[in-house]
Design a protein. Structure first.
Length: 180
């Protein structure tokens, strides 16, 4: 089993074998008043607002929530936020090429109206690039404003799964079996 495939299979089995469930410390930094969506081990799902004081432990925040629940029963925990960053990226990605097209066409049209026909020499392309970047920044600001209005759930905690990876070695076949 000293082939590269055998070594890769051995590495996958050894690296996955040490997964264990996380403790309450795995929830990260939670604040009172945050809205969370919780899925329990029994597959029930609910949305609640965390309660408590800023110095409270994670367990106390859950116990004082609008709908209390136990840390041990949490399968996944999502925190509600805003899509501001996503909106800014989409706004910049849309506005930058559009403003480059608009400014480039306007520059060529204006330089072409001068008369002698060589528009590429008279069009200040550094200015076109600068105005396109300014258009992209404006699109990012508009996108961030729109994204701030859109709620977005972010996964904060997911219970580790029991994963079994075993090599499938036989005559004429090599593979991996993954079961969870």
């Amino acid at each position: 089993m000293r082939t590269p495939i055998g070594l890769a299979l051995w590495f996958m089995v050894v690296s996955v074998g040490g997964l264990q469930a996380q403790s309450a410390a795995g929830f990260g930094r939670l604040e009172p008043g945050q809205v969370v969506r919780v899925t329990t081990v029994g597959h029930s799902r609910f949305v609640t607002r965390l309660g408590g004081m800023p110095g409270d432990s994670t367990t106390a925040l859950f116990a004082r929530a609008a709908e209390p629940f136990h840390v041990e029963h949490v399968d996944s925990l999502w925190v509600r936020g805003r899509a501001t960053w996503t909106g800014a990226l989409v706004g910049a990605a849309v506005a930058t090429p559009l403003s480059a097209l608009f400014v480039g066409v306007a520059c060529v049209a204006y330089a072409g109206s001068e008369g002698d026909g060589s528009t590429a020499d008279r069009c200040p392309w550094a200015g076109v690039v600068l105005l396109s970047a300014i258009g992209g920044a404006g699109g990012a600001l508009i996108g961030a404003g729109v994204g701030a209005l859109v709620p977005k759930w972010r996964l904060r905690y997911a219970r580790a799964r029991d994963v079994t990876v075993s090599p499938l070695l036989g005559p004429g076949r090599v593979g991996v079996s993954i079961r969870f």
